[in-house]
Design a protein around this ligand. Structure first.
Ligand SMILES: [Zn+2]
Length: 83
């Protein structure tokens, strides 16, 4: 993620211990008291994240979050992937 991203939604990458994926969670979701009470946060892809230990390495980026974050910018940017 780049710092100069003009996207109005600020997200934080949070790794879910259930699927080992790194999801994009809006910062407003992280500060929501209801979410803080349950310890679960809804990512922009709709997945409810159960955060892994903060010392755990980041998981693979969630594909759905990547797509949603891309479309939120109103651009379709395709990147070639060397699979
Ligand atoms: Zn996700």
């Amino acid at each position: 993620m780049t710092v100069d991203d003009p996207s109005p939604v600020v997200t934080v990458a949070v790794t879910c211990r259930l699927d080992d994926r790194s999801h994009a969670v809006p910062d407003t979701e992280l500060t929501r008291s209801t979410a803080a009470d349950t310890g679960r946060y809804q990512a922009i892809c709709g997945h409810v994240v159960s955060p892994a230990s903060l010392v755990a390495p980041d998981g693979k980026p969630c594909d759905a979050c990547t797509v949603v974050a891309g479309s939120a910018r109103g651009r379709t940017r395709r990147r070639r992937r060397s699979a």
